[in-house]
Design a protein around this ligand. Structure first.
Ligand code: ADP
Length: 614
C-alpha cells in the first residue's frame, strides 16, 4: 500500500497560486532570491540551534546552499543543509498561510490588474513564487531533529500536494523545480549565476552553483568596524562601486534607533558627473539582512547625494517589498532622513579632522551640496555648515566656513556679507566691495554664479542674516570730504536722471563708494545683476523678463563727479556723453553690459575729444 498522502491547499493558498500563476509578471527571476532567502533562514536557524546546544542530525555537515541547473531536463534545484522540515512542518509551512491579514491582502491583489509579484514575500509566501516558473515542485526535506525521517512533498500548483516518506535523506531541504516551457531559461547556468550575484552576493553561507562557489565577498557592513582591515574595505568598494580608485571618504555605521540600520557608504575619488558622463545615479543598494531588496534604491537618499555608493541594510524592512511600493513608504522616508543627517554629520566631522581631505571633497562635490540647499529645506542648516568660500579676511586660495566667519564678526557687524565676482581680483576691485573694505567688514567671495541663489535660500546662518554685498544697506563709517555740497549732488543726480532717462531707475548720491565714481544697484529688492543674467540665460526660449531697472548711485566725493557737474553747465553734449559712459562703466562692473558696441563708439569719440583738447 502506498504511503503517499494527498493534501489540499488551504483556500487562501489556492487563491494565491491562482494570482501567482495567472497574472503577468515582469520580475519572475525573484523566485531564485526567495528560495535562497528561505535556505539562508534555514541555515541561520540551524546554526542557532547548534550553538544553543540542541542535538543536531549530521552535525558535522556545515550549513550551506547549493544550486544546480540541468538545461537538458529543464530543472533548477536549490539544496540547503539548514534545519529541514518535519512532516508536520511541511504541512504547516507549505500548505497554509499562518499570517493574519493575508486574506485582505489576497483580495487586494486579485483586484489589481497587474499585481506586483514583489509583494508576495511580504506576507510570508515567498516559496510559492516557485510556481511562477515551475509546473512541478518537489521538496525533499529532513529535519535536524535526530529522531525524525525524511519526507517528499510534491505539487503541481493547482489542487494540492502529495506527501510521502523518503528514506536516507541528508539533513536539510532540496527543492527541485521542473520549469515551464516559457521559463526554461532558468535552467541555464549563466542566467542563474547573474541572478544569484545580483540578489544574493552577500548571503552569509556559501552558495555554490553547479559546484562553483559564487559569493566570495563578505557583507562587511554587518561586521564590527574594529575588525575590518583597510584592504577589506577597499576590496569591497571595488566590488560594489565598480571603481578601481580608492574612495575619498568612507562611512561605516550602525544604529538601533529609530531604525535598525547597518550602512557602509563611500564617496568616490572623483565626481563622475563632471567627467561628462551625464547625470549620475545613486549606487546605494538596499538590503534586508544581507539580501538585496533593491539595487540603486530610489528614495533612500535625496537626489543631491546621488554621488554616494554603498550599502544600507535594515532589518526593519519588510523583506521582498517591491520597488514601486518601496519608494514612498513612510519607512523609506524615515530611512532617508536618518541616513542623510548621519552622512552630513559625518562630513562636518571630517572637515574638522582632516581639512585638506574635506577641501578635496568640497572641490569635487560642492555643486551637490548647493543643490541640496536650494532644493531641500530639511537639511539646510547642516548643509550650511559644509559650505566653504574664499574671504576678504583670508589670503587668496584659503577657504573659510560660515561658522569660522561668524567667530570673526566683530563690533557692529550683524550680517554675513557675500560678494559674487568672477575671481579674487575682480572681487577686490569691485565697487561693491569698497564700503566693506573701508569699514573692515569681512566679505565672502563667491565665484560660482549659483552661489547667490544658494545664499538666498540659506537665508541665515547661526541666526545671522546672509546679505549680498550689492543689497547691503551700509554706509561708509565717516562721510568723505566731498567736492560737491549736498545740494549740488542732488541737482547733479537730477540732471543725470533727466539725461539718462529710461536707461536708469533712480539716480542718487551714494554712501558706500570710495574709489569708484558710480555703481548700479538693482531697483528690485530681491534681485541682483547676476540673478538677472542667469534668469535670462535660463529663459532663452521663453518670454522676456521685464527690463532690468538699475538705479545709479554716484560718488559725490569723486573728482569725475565734480568735473562733470562743472562740465554740464559749459558743454551739455560732452557732459551727456560722459554721463552715458559712467552708466556703462558701472554696468560693466556689475557684469550687465551685453552689447559693448555702442559704448565703444562713444568711448572713441570721447578719446578723440581728450586728444584734441590742446
Ligand atoms: P516565509 O519564508 O516568508 O516565512 P515562505 O512561504 O517562503 O514564507 O516559507 C514558509 C515557511 O516554510 C518558512 O517560514 C519556513 O518555516 C519554511 N521553509 C521554507 N523553505 C524552507 C527551507 N529551505 N528550509 C526550511 N524551512 C523552509
Amino acid at each position: 500500500m502506498s504511503k503517499t498522502e494527498t493534501h489540499h491547499f488551504q483556500a487562501e493558498i489556492q487563491q494565491l497560486l491562482d494570482i501567482v500563476i495567472h497574472s503577468l509578471y515582469t520580475d519572475k527571476e525573484i523566485f531564485v532570491r526567495e528560495l535562497i532567502s528561505n535556505s539562508t533562514d534555514a541555515c541561520e536557524k540551524l546554526r542557532f540551534n547548534q550553538s544553543s546546544g540542541q542535538p543536531v542530525y549530521q552535525s558535522e555537515i556545515a550549513p550551506g546552499i547549493a544550486v544546480t541547473t540541468d538545461d537538458k531536463a529543464g530543472t533548477i534545484t536549490i539544496t540547503d543543509t539548514g534545519l529541514g522540515m518535519t512532516h508536520g512542518e511541511l504541512v504547516e509551512n507549505l500548505g497554509t498561510i499562518a499570517h493574519s491579514g493575508t486574506k485582505a491582502f489576497l483580495k487586494q491583489l486579485s483586484e489589481e490588474k497587474k499585481p506586483d509579484v514583489g509583494l508576495i514575500g511580504q506576507f510570508g509566501v515567498g516559496f510559492y513564487s516557485a510556481f511562477m516558473v515551475a509546473k512541478k515542485v518537489t521538496v525533499l526535506s529532513r529535519s535536524f531533529a535526530p529522531d525524525e525521517t525524511g519526507w517528499q512533498w510534491i505539487s503541481e500548483g493547482m489542487g494540492g500536494y502529495e506527501l510521502a516518506p523518503a528514506a536516507d535523506l541528508p539533513r536539510g531541504t532540496k527543492i527541485t523545480l521542473e520549469l515551464k516551457d516559457d521559463a526554461k531559461d532558468f535552467a541555464q547556468e549563466n542566467t542563474v549565476e547573474r541572478i544569484i550575484q545580483r540578489y544574493s552576493s552577500f548571503v552569509p553561507f556559501p552558495i555554490e552553483l553547479n559546484t562553483k562557489r559564487l559569493n566570495t565577498v563578505q557583507a562587511i557592513w554587518a561586521r564590527n568596524k574594529n575588525e575590518i582591515k583597510e584592504e577589506e574595505y577597499n576590496e569591497f568598494y571595488t566590488f560594489i562601486g565598480h571603481d578601481h580608485d580608492q574612495p575619498l571618504f568612507r562611512l561605516h555605521f550602525s544604529a538601533d534607533a529609530p531604525l535598525a540600520i547597518q550602512s557602509l557608504l563611500f564617496v568616490p575619488q572623483r565626481n563622475f558627473e563632471t567627467l561628462g558622463m551625464g547625470r549620475i545615479e545613486s549606487e546605494v543598494n538596499l538590503y534586508c539582512r544581507k539580501i538585496l531588496i533593491q539595487a540603486k534604491a530610489k528614495g533612500l537618499f535625496p537626489e543631491w547625494l546621488r554621488f554616494l555608493k554603498g550599502v544600507v541594510d535594515s532589518e526593519d524592512l519588510p523583506l521582498n517589498i517591491s520597488r514601486e511600493t518601496m519608494q514612498d513608504t513612510t519607512l523609506m522616508q524615515k530611512l532617508n532622513k536618518v541616513l542623510t543627517s548621519r552622512f552630513l554629520k559625518f562630513l562636518d566631522e571630517q572637515s574638522g579632522k582632516d581639512a585638506a581631505a574635506y577641501e578635496k571633497f568640497y572641490h569635487e562635490y560642492q555643486r551637490f551640496l548647493k543643490e541640496g540647499i536650494v532644493t531641500d529645506f530639511t537639511h539646510k542648516e547642516a548643509l550650511g555648515k559644509l559650505l566653504r568660500y574664499e574671504s576678504s579676511a583670508l589670503d587668496k586660495g584659503k577657504l573659510t566656513s560660515l561658522a569660522d566667519y561668524v567667530t570673526r564678526m566683530a563690533g557692529e557687524q550683524k550680517d554675513i556679507y557675500c560678494l559674487l565676482a568672477a575671481n579674487r581680483e575682480a572681487a577686490e576691485a569691485s565697487p561693491y566691495f569698497e564700503v566693506f573694505k573701508e569699514r573692515k567688514f569681512e566679505v565672502l567671495f563667491l565665484y560660482d554664479a549659483w552661489d547667490e541663489f544658494v545664499m538666498e535660500h540659506l537665508h541665515t546662518f547661526d541666526g545671522k542674516p546672509l546679505k549680498l554685498a550689492e543689497k547691503a544697506e551700509l554706509n561708509l563709517s565717516a562721510k568723505k570730504e566731498s567736492a560737491l555740497s549736498e545740494d549740488a549732488s542732488k541737482s547733479l543726480a537730477q540732471w543725470l536722471k533727466e539725461t539718462l532717462g529710461d536707461k536708469v531707475g533712480e539716480v542718487r548720491a551714494s554712501q558706500r563708494l570710495v574709489e569708484s565714481p558710480a555703481v548700479v544697484v538693482d531697483a528690485d529688492k530681491f534681485m541682483t545683476a547676476n540673478m538677472r543674467r542667469m534668469m535670462k540665460a535660463m529663459k532663452q526660449d521663453g518670454p522676456d523678463l521685464p527690463p532690468a531697472k538699475q538705479d545709479l548711485e554716484i560718488n559725490p566725493a569723486h573728482p569725475i563727479m565734480a568735473r562733470l557737474d562743472a562740465m554740464r553747465q559749459k558743454d551739455t553734449a560732452l557732459a551727456g556723453s560722459v554721463a552715458e559712459q559712467i552708466l556703462d562703466n558701472a554696468r560693466v562692473a556689475a557684469g550687465l553690459l551685453e552689447d559693448p558696441r555702442a559704448m565703444l563708439t562713444r568711448l572713441n569719440s570721447l578719446l578723440e575729444k581728450v586728444l584734441t583738447k590742446d
